[in-house]
Design a protein around this ligand. Structure first.
Ligand SMILES: C[S@@+](CC[C@H](N)C(=O)[O-])C[C@H]1O[C@@H](n2cnc3c(N)ncnc32)[C@H](O)[C@@H]1O
Length: 188
């Protein structure tokens, strides 16, 4: 990670002047189609902040994972309850990605993650219920270093998520232009 001020201080400055993030130029990245500008945000944030360790909850097709990994050479761990074979295949283009199949509510995953140290950048994007995101934040939030960042997709996808985000007592920023279903950032 770059030295000096904390990563979240630099993230605040970067996000305040970001506007519309430019498209990821890495030909290994995939899945961007204009409906998901947050893919380019993931790339831009990883590239600008140069974290030492990134964790994603919710791999799915691997598109978001590819954008995170395109921005940085550091290890990117992505967890999904079912890793899709096509995602695994396409993400082989990156040598900094590790895929873990598991339930994000399983405390055993924490032991796997802490082997790599504290998380600089955590991206939470699984089943979008307040209950699950609360459990994920309780489990993985303490693994994020002071000065680190947590990104959330779909914070306005349903009334439960919206109420959860509104009541979340964190140093937070909403980036409504990054996804029509809402996108949020927490600065630790
Ligand atoms: C919205 S998709 C992720 C999208 C991906 N991050 C992207 O932006 O392209 C949600 C993923 O979360 C996974 N998921 C849902 N519940 C989960 C759980 N309890 N543990 C792990 N993964 C889960 C689903 O299998 C699905 O692939």
């Amino acid at each position: 990670m770059k030295s000096g001020t904390t990563m979240s201080d630099r993230a605040k400055a970067f996000l305040s002047q970001l506007g519309n993030p430019s498209q990821c130029p890495d030909p290994r990245s995939f899945g961007f189609d204009g409906s998901n500008p947050y893919y380019n945000l993931l790339y831009s944030v990883a590239k600008e902040l140069q974290p030492d360790f990134v964790v994603e909850l919710g791999t799915c097709t691997g598109g978001s994972t590819s954008h995170l990994a395109a921005g940085t050479n550091c290890k990117v761990i992505s967890i999904d309850i079912e890793i899709r074979p096509d995602a695994r295949e396409r993400l082989l283009a990156f040598d900094n990605i590790e895929l873990i199949q598991g339930d994000t509510q399983d405390p055993a995953l924490v032991a796997e993650i802490v082997k790599h140290g504290l998380i600089d950048l955590l991206f939470i994007d699984t089943d979008h219920t307040a209950e699950q995101v609360t459990a994920e934040l309780a489990l993985f939030g303490p693994l994020v270093r002071s000065g680190g960042l947590i990104l959330f997709d779909d914070i306005r996808i349903n009334p439960g998520m919206s109420a959860w985000w509104d009541s979340l007592e964190e140093n937070k920023l909403e980036l409504p232009d990054m996804h029509w279903t809402g996108f949020g950032v927490v600065f630790r």
